[in-house]
Each structure stands twice: as structure tokens, then as C-alpha cells.
Design a protein around this ligand. Sequence first.
Ligand SMILES: [Zn+2]
Length: 295
Amino acid sequence: MRDDYLIKFMTRDGALRGTAALVTGTLRELARRHDLSPTPAVALGRALAGCACLAGLLKDDQVIALKFEGNGPLRRIMVEGEHGGALRGAVGDPHAEPPPVAGRLDVAAALGTDGTLTVTKDLGLKTPYTGTVALDTAEIGEDLAWYLADSEQIPSAVSVGVGVDATGITAAGGFILQAMPPVDEALIDEVMGHLRVIPPLSGLLAAGETPEMLAARILADHPYEILEIRPLFFSCTCDRDRIERVLLSLGVDGLRRLAAGNEPTEVICEFCRERYAFTPGELAVLVAQGEPPLE
Ligand SMILES: [Zn+2]
């Protein structure tokens, strides 16, 4: 299997820029860690592909997080992407599986169309940037395009796709294309024409289409350059120190009760399902650290 990666491209005239990503391996890793059923896997994969493409437009050390929240059984999709290529994600209910519609997995029914998409960007400034929009179709790609148009005011085309069959996830990826100001309407019309005839992404990627081939399809004979190629991979930011800080943030009183028991306390990271166990003795040490110092 090919490793996951992202390309960033721009037309020579600077009118259009975009990213295209392959995230099959990362999604398989998440599906294994979270024990995802097919529909949650497709939903998370679409969000992951969109997140990877948006992270590719950031600058060094910047991080983007997408949170889709809906009134369906999946409840939420959370994904995070770093400009350096690290990706992670989780869903509310990994087994939410509404009945398929005409043989297709129903992502919109799983997430629920009544809800919001919240985008948080840590750009290294004091306060992270946050934007929220109502969900559009809850099919993920359209919601991201709507967010970019409404909240960031950048006309954007977003396409994300995940292929699944009886063997599991066959492919996952996507692209984002943005029109830079001053917007060239004629060029957008031309490119929209190319976008309309692109077959479903899930099938293309499963057949071996690369991000480079996607860029060539989108921009056709419009001159463009590939500015960057970078690997994408699963990576979580959790470690024992971070989990200890989370425990301390819950309050010393609760920790003291757990420390007084006989059973170890287990904390599971939401993004990677890594388990961290704390014995009552270790919790007692944490309680001591969390106590205000004696005067
Ligand atoms: Zn983790």
C-alpha cells in the first residue's frame, strides 16, 4: 500500500491554490484503534481528508481542529491536523450504523443534518481562531466548502471520498481548491467544468489515482506547479504527563476519592484509545502535587 501524503499546488498566475491528500493508511489505523463500523469509518475518513487538506494550507507549527456535531446517532466527528503531517480523529459512537440508502452508506443520517461545524486554528497567536457554521448537508465535503465560503470568505471547492468494501477501507482522500483574490470568474467557470466531470473520488482513489493525478484533472491544461509534497501519518499528542494534567484538572477532591480506593484508575485517550493506568499510590502522589502549598 502507498504511504499517505499531501501535495500543495498553485496555478502559475496565482489565481487558484489547493491541496490534495491520500489518507488511506491513517484512516485504517483510526478504524482499528476505534473499532469503527463502515459508516463511522466513511464519515471520519471524509473529515480526516478535509482536515489534512486544510492543514496543508497552514504554516509551520500551526494546527487545525474540526468538530462536526449533529443530531444523528454518530453525534460528533473530531479531527485534528498539524501542518507537519500528523493527523488524529475520533467519533461519538464508533458503531452508529443507520440503514443504507440505495446501497450507499448514509453519512448524513449518521451525523444528523441539524448541527454545527466548528473549526479551531491554533496559529501560534495568543488566542486560537474559531469559526462555526450550521451544517449544510452533513455529507462533510459540502459542509467544509460552506464553512470556507461563509466563515473565511474564500470561494472553495472541497471533495472528499472514502471507499469501503467487504475487506474494509479501500481508499480515503480528497482535495481542496481555492480561488485567490482578485477572483477570476472565467477561470472558476472553467475549473468548475472540470470538477463536474470528475468521477466519485472514492472509486478513483481505490483504483490508484494519486494526489498528483487529481491536481492534473482539476486544473487540466491550466499551468500549475506542485509547491510541496509531505507525508501524512497518524500521531497523537497524548502522553502520561498530559493525562496527569487532565486528571489534576478534574480537581483534587475527586482524585483523593480515587486514591483512597483499591482499584487502579484507567484513563483512555479520546483520540487514540491508548490506555493509561494509575494505581491508588500514583494517584496519591498526584493529589499531593495538586494540593496548594502550605504557607
Ligand atoms: Zn492519544
